[in-house]
Design a protein around this ligand. Structure first.
Ligand SMILES: [Zn+2]
Length: 168
């Protein structure tokens, strides 16, 4: 059976659209803003933590691929849960846009599903901005510079030049 494993950004971006969903308790701990907590409470999503040994297996694979420093504990747990489910004969699919998670998942033959829906031209993207210093933050929910909370902002994608061919 296909089981979709959601990472935190899948929750923040309201992608709880799958028939069978699961996540780890570390993701729940990252969901703190009231809107997201309310959203999460409406979802039919299971919570389960991975086996300790699976976390170690994932860590050692991530060391080999060079992703270990880019993966948070939460990321490692999501991957390890996928391993556990796979061992049990399920078909885990991790819902994430995190490149390092996708990379390590590939090592184990675990599928991933990009949060940005395929087939739809995305004109907007989400970026993280620090509430304190207004810096753009790549990862996590606090600013690495000033430690303030980070919020998501929808911005228009920079033009990649795809439309330039339209001119006559
Ligand atoms: Zn800051």
């Amino acid at each position: 059976m296909q089981v979709y494993i959601l990472d935190s950004s899948a929750i923040f971006l309201r992608k709880g659209l799958y028939p069978s969903m699961i996540t780890v308790s570390k993701v729940l701990k990252e969901i703190k803003d009231v809107d997201s907590v309310n959203y999460l409470s409406l979802l039919d999503i299971k919570v389960r933590d991975p086996e300790v040994e699976s976390v170690e297996v994932v860590k050692s694979a991530a060391r080999k691929t060079g992703d270990v420093y880019k993966l948070s504990d939460t990321d490692l747990h999501l991957l390890a849960l996928a391993l556990d489910l796979k061992k049990e004969g399920e078909e885990p699919i991790i819902v994430t846009d995190d490149y390092s998670i996708q990379n390590v998942a590939k090592v184990f033959g675990i599928k991933t599903d990009s949060i940005v829906q395929r087939g739809i031209r995305e004109e907007f993207k989400w970026i993280r901005i620090c509430k304190g210093c207004k810096r753009r933050v790549e990862k996590g929910k606090t600013c690495p510079i000033c430690g303030s909370e980070v919020y998501l902002v929808r911005v228009k994608k920079e033009n990649s030049g795809e439309n330039s061919g339209e001119k006559i």
